[in-house]
Structure formats: structure tokens, C-alpha cells
Design a protein around this ligand. Structure first.
Ligand code: F6R
Length: 365
């Protein structure tokens, strides 16, 4: 039931502190400073021997795979490639031995993801699912996997499943990292930071009031750019997808620095850019990109850290999020973008929970 919310999408956005907590429940091992998973169905030796990881999925799940790429490469130093499941299933790439293939999916029924996993499994590779729906086709087809425990996601636009996917990928990165180069202290620090996440997401939700004002201001635009770097590059893609699918406004997500190689030509006074710019290693660089957009007359909406006094002097609108370590930022920074798409769609009179032309699970290719 809707439990007092107007739409499932909004309810599911607001459930995220809890769904993230459920994704982590029983999986953070403080004693050994690592993560534990019950269903990988691989021996420690097999897991220790993994030399390459492929993450595959579609749509929003493909975006969480991009977050996973940054996380696993940084914490575990295992090379990762991210593949669209629809491409992987027909592309026939050479896959080395000791490659582990993860299919990431909320529904567990996406035809392309299922086919990509079946094809890699047929070639003899180990396949795992990161999945929400228990006993779904993909969960059954994989050799093992990790459930999200996010609860049913009914809104067609994926929200809580995405943050839970990112959370599970962070725990997998921690787990593989602790088998390799990540120290006990390093692992412990990440566990402590992850334990702060539900609170940080709860705090991020308080931006709803600010987001409503921003939605009101920009509800009639025809194009929006979403820009972010590193861990927030996938966030830019996800923010753009959310806006497209439920408000039918054209939006593009880009790595912020890539903008000058083409998309900046789109910038004018009617084309706002949403910068995902919390504090982090590329903050100054993204700030410079923001100034370039301003200089060309483009309105700027900034998703920025609470402790960032200077951002207001450049951005037209600022939405504040709590500070979390860079590796966990995607889980927090996507929240205002989910809300922004929700409020804009609502103001435009769109059917938020059942956008046109879309189905909750795509069981055809
Ligand atoms: C976006 C969205 C879709 C799905 C995609 C994959 O909000 O819902 O892009 O993410 O169809 O679905 P799953 O994760 O069920 O495989």
C-alpha cells in the first residue's frame, strides 16, 4: 500500500534509509573488517583467484554497474568491465579464465540480462546475480548471488533498488579488497562509513523542500544536462534517465569534463545543467566546468555538500546533501535527483508510477 504517500515512486525514495539498512544487515563483519555473503556459492580459493570481473545489466542497473566498476577497481584492484547486457549477449568478447560475471537486476526477469548471463555461463564462466526479486529467473540461472532485500519496487522508475545495488557493490568491493590489498584498518574504516549511510540518506531526503522550488522553476524546460565526475559520473547518467523516463524531458548525463568536447554547444539560457559536485578530489575541476556553463548563460543547479559556502556565488540553485566519503557519494547524491524528476513529472501532470511506453520488467529483447 501507499502508506500515506501519493505515489509508489515517492514512497520508495523515502524507504531508502531502510532499504539500505536491509541490504547491509548481517553482511558487515566488524571482527574481520570485511563483508560476508551467504550465497556466492564459491570457495574462498575460487574467489581469491578472480582476476577480472564483468558487470552487466540494463538501464538503471547498468548505472549501478558503473558505480561498481569504480568501487571494485579502487578497493580491490581487480580490473572490471561494464557491459550493456543487450550488447554482451551478442558480442562474443574474449573472456579469460578466472573472470567472474555479475548480472545486476532489480526484477531478475530482464530478458537481455538473463541471456547475457546464460551465454557467459554456457562458456563455462562463473556467473552471479545481484538481484532484488527472490527466486526470479536470473537469480535461478546464476551460480549464486546477493539479494538486495529492498522489498517490492512498484514504481516503474527504479529508485531504492539502485541505491541498494550500489550498497551491495560497495560491500563486494570491500570483500574482494580484504582478500587482497585492503588493510584491516582500511576495511574497518569503510565499515564505519557504511554504517553511517542510512542516516546520511535520511538527511539527504530533507532536501525535498528545496527540490520542489527548483522543480517549479525548471518544469517547462525541454533539455537538461547532468554533469558529474568519477563516482558521480554514473549519478549524472542516472539523474538524466530518471528525468527522461518520468517527465519526458530530454536529458543527457555526461562526465563533467567531457562537456567541452561537444555538449557545451547545447548550453543556452533555456538549458539548465545539474552539476553533482559534492566535495572530493575533482571538486575544483568540476567547479571550473560549472563556470564555463555560467559564462555561456546556462542556468546551473548544484548538488553540493552542506559545508560549501562558495557554491552559492556561482550556481543559480543549490541543493545540499550531507558529506560522505567519495566512494559512497553515489548512494547519497542520487537522492535529490530522484526527487527532482519526481516533482517535475508531477508538475507536468505525468503518470509518475506508470510512465508511457515503459514496463516494470522488460522481458522481451
Ligand atoms: C529505470 C528502469 C530501467 C531498469 C532496466 C533494468 O528506472 O527502471 O532502466 O533499470 O529495465 O531492469 P532490471 O533492473 O529489473 O533488470
Amino acid at each position: 500500500s501507499l502508506e500515506g504517500f501519493d505515489h509508489y515512486m515517492l514512497k520508495e525514495i523515502y524507504e531508502q534509509p531502510e532499504s539500505i539498512r536491509n541490504a547491509m544487515r548481517g553482511r558487515l563483519d566488524e571482527q574481520d573488517a570485511t563483508a560476508v555473503f551467504g550465497g556466492l556459492n564459491l570457495t574462498p580459493q575460487q574467489l581469491r583467484g578472480v582476476e577480472r570481473i564483468i558487470l552487466t545489466g540494463c538501464g538503471t542497473s547498468w548505472h549501478s554497474a558503473l558505480v561498481g566498476e569504480y568501487l571494485i577497481e579502487e578497493l580491490a584492484r581487480i580490473p572490471v568491465s561494464v557491459e550493456y547486457a543487450s550488447e554482451l549477449r551478442y558480442r562474443n568478447p574474449p573472456i579469460d579464465n578466472n573472470t567472474l560475471v555479475f548480472g545486476i537486476t532489480q526484477s531478475g526477469e530482464t530478458a537481455d540480462t538473463l541471456a547475457a548471463l546464460r551465454e557467459t555461463k554456457r562458456k563455462g564462466h562463473r556467473t552471479l546475480a545481484i538481484c532484488n526479486v527472490v527466486a526470479s529467473s536470473i537469480a535461478q540461472a546464476a551460480d549464486g548471488g546477493v539479494y538486495l532485500h529492498a522489498g517490492p519496487e512498484i514504481g516503474v522508475a527504479s529508485t531504492k533498488a539502485y541505491t541498494s545495488q550500489c550498497c551491495v557493490l560497495a560491500m563486494l568491493a570491500l570483500y574482494f579488497g580484504r582478500m587482497r590489498h585492503l588493510s584491516y584498518e582500511g576495511g574497518k574504516r569503510i565499515i564505519e562509513e557504511m554504517q553511517q549511510l542510512p542516516g546520511a540518506v535520511q538527511q539527504a531526503l530533507t532536501c525535498d523542500v528545496q527540490v520542489r522550488d527548483v522543480a517549479q522553476k525548471y518544469k517547462d524546460v525541454s533539455n537538461v544536462l547532468y554533469l558529474g565526475r568519477q563516482y558521480n559520473f554514473p549519478t549524472a547518467l542516472e539523474g538524466a534517465l530518471k528525468l527522461k523516463e518520468i517527465s519526458y524531458i530530454h536529458a543527457e548525463g555526461y562526465p563533467a569534463a567531457e562537456m567541452k568536447h561537444g555538449p557545451i554547444a547545447l548550453v543556452d539560457e533555456h538549458t539548465p545543467s545539474v552539476f553533482i559536485i559534492p566535495h572530493g578530489t575533482t571538486y575544483e575541476k568540476v567547479l571550473a566546468n560549472m563556470e564555463e556553463v555560467k559564462a555561456r548563460g546556462g542556468p546551473v543547479i548544484a548538488i553540493a555538500s552542506h559545508e560549501d559556502p562558495q557554491i552559492e556565488s556561482i550556481a543559480d540553485d543549490v541543493i545540499r546533501i550531507p558529506s560522505v566519503p567519495e566512494i559512497l557519494q553515489p548512494i547519497v547524491s542520487v537522492v535529490p535527483l530522484q526527487l527532482l524528476s519526481y516533482h517535475i513529472a508531477l508538475l507536468r501532470g505525468c503518470d509518475v508510477d506508470k510512465p508511457r511506453n515503459l514496463a516494470k520488467s522488460v522481458t522481451v529483447e
